[in-house]
Design a protein around this ligand. Structure first.
Ligand code: DQQ
Length: 517
């Protein structure tokens, strides 16, 4: 055995030891995390510890893999590891051992500064799973390099001995991270998030073998209003177009962005023709996509936000991923995120079923007492509706859990409410979480597409501390965390200022913990 191989073997065992320590810490915290009143029922979270961006999404040998940014030793952001879970249906997830630990000098620095195996992606090559990620150490030169790890089974990863991209092509850049790799006509391509001179950028690389990469130039750049650094870029074909999604930094409160356009591989240039926001809610960041074996383009994002009030509250866990969404280009040319059809299998007991319609008189309301996890679906007949507003209120019900909270709230459980309003005159929907509980406040609005003149369909997934509202099957989406301290929920719908006609309305409990521990 050569000395290099001996060196590599000892680094591999060091990595495995670090993974074992991480796994032990995650398991040790799981019991406490499971007791937290805000734990979700049907979203993917780490068993314990910190979670942020989804990473390495891939449909590999019949299983969906979701890796994620993870700090196993606390519910705060520390040196980053890659957590791991798998699913056969994008709905029921099982945890797998922590997949990557920061052990190389270019991955590990002072825990006070940012460091670790930061975000990246996965591809399949010759039957193996290959991960690409940014190795980051605050203050070192270079601060960010692109690293690779491979696996035969998709569980145990061997790191490539050196980074595959040793530093940014641009000494002046602001960030050089989050490699997203894909194959096009027999060549490998990678986009990396960066910024220069106040403009976010996606840098393009090309490779024949996944190990040697050559820089192709700036594939796309902010028009000057789209943020100064683009985190987590993802560039992929959709229909007969290409789509670029990015998580812009410092863009006037906008945290996610898509562009639809054309990709010229010969020039290494993506030309956007239109742009928009993927999700108008406050808790949607670092989205990433994968193509599955059915040809669907599946998107999952981090269902939280940097700076959120609930960070660092000592709950033994922080962070969750959104429900899986299938991307499509909608009738009006915008990007739609449809809930994947497998989510239908979550439905438990049906609480309401107005199959042949429901007519609410002006100011009439209906309400239901529910567990903290449910799905509501409604089709509104706009041609017969005179109401100025449909008000949907999700409030706390049942037992008041605030006694357990030092941060507590003086509101009674029923006063903790998230209010969603369809506003006919404005043709918009707003989500108001100003009174939702102990988390952040804010009102978030989405302008409805012109197609809403014909129909308005709402699908609402509530999971204890989250709300995902899909409008017209995901033509528009609002995702938000909410933090009511109550053991149950009450859903109320109300017609304001006129008659509201539903063609159909259905409501189900979602029961059972669908994320394995
Ligand atoms: N989070 C990762 C980075 C990425 C950022 C670090 C986005 O790679 O740019 O955890 O949330």
């Amino acid at each position: 055995m050569t000395s290099t191989n001996t060196g590599e073997n000892s680094r591999q065992s060091e990595h495995e030891e670090a993974l074992k320590r991480a796994e032990k810490a995650v398991q040790a915290g799981a019991g406490r995390a499971a007791q937290d009143p805000f734990r979700l029922r049907y979203h993917l979270m780490a068993p314990s510890g910190w979670m942020n961006d989804p990473n390495g999404l891939i449909h590999f040998k019949g299983e969906y893999h979701a890796f994620y940014q993870h700090f196993p030793f606390g519910d705060y952001q520390g040196p980053m590891y890659w957590g791991h879970a798998v699913s056969r249906d994008l709905v029921r997830w099982e945890h797998r051992p922590v997949a990557l630990a920061p052990t190389e000098p270019y991955e590990f620095g002072s825990p006070e500064g940012g460091c670790g195996c930061w975000s990246g992606s996965a591809v399949e090559h010759e039957g193996e799973m290959v991960l690409f990620y940014t190795a980051h150490v605050d203050g070192s030169t270079p601060e960010e390099v692109q690293a690779m790890a491979t696996s035969k089974d998709g569980i145990r990863f061997i790191k490539h001995p050196v980074p595959v991209i040793q530093g940014s092509p641009d000494g002046e850049c602001f960030g050089f991270r989050d490699p997203k790799v894909w194959e096009h006509e027999g060549r490998w391509y990678m986009v990396i998030g960066s910024g220069n001179n106040g403009r976010g950028r996606a840098l393009l690389y090309e490779s024949a073998n996944l190990v040697e990469w050559s820089y192709q130039g700036v594939a796309a750049e902010s028009d000057g209003t789209q943020g100064d650094m683009w985190e987590c870029p993802d560039l992929f074909p959709l229909g007969d177009k290409y789509v670029l999604i990015v998580s812009p930094m410092n863009m006037d409160g906008v945290k996610n962005l898509y562009m639809i356009g054309e990709m010229d591989f010969a020039e290494g240039r993506f030309t956007p023709e239109s742009s928009g926001i993927i999700d108008d809610g406050p808790d949607f960041y670092a989205a990433q996509t994968m193509r599955d074996s059915n040809g669907r383009r599946i998107l999952i994002a981090w269902m939280d936000m940097w700076g959120s009030k609930l960070i660092n509250t000592g709950r033994a866990w922080y962070g969750a991923l959104t429900l899986a969404r299938e991307l499509q280009i909608a009738e009006d040319g915008t990007l739609a995120s449809r809930p994947v059809k497998e989510l239908d299998t979550l439905r438990g007991e049906q609480v309401a079923n107005f199959e042949s319609g429901l007519r609410l008189q002006p100011d009439e309301d209906r309400s239901w007492e529910l567990p903290t996890a449910f799905e509501w679906q409604a089709d509104i007949e706009l041609s017969e509706t005179e109401a100025q507003e449909l008000r949907i209120v999700i409030s706390g019900a049942g037992e008041d859990l605030s006694g357990a909270e030092s941060a507590g709230t003086s509101r009674s459980v029923s006063d903790q409410r998230t209010i969603i309003r369809w506003l006919a005159a404005q043709s918009s929907i707003e989500l108001n979480r100003n009174e939702a509980g102990i988390g952040d406040s804010g009102i978030y609005t989405t302008a409805l597409p012109a197609t809403v003149n014909a129909r308005l369909q709402l699908r609402l997934f509530v999971d204890n501390s989250s709300v995902e509202l899909f409008i017209n099957d995901g033509d528009r989406v609002l995702t938000s965390r909410i933090y009511p301290l109550a053991s149950g929920r009450r859903l109320q719908i109300q017609a304001v200022g006129g008659t509201l006609v539903f063609k159909g309305m259905r409501l189900w409990k979602v029961d059972g913990l669908v994320v394995g521990q």
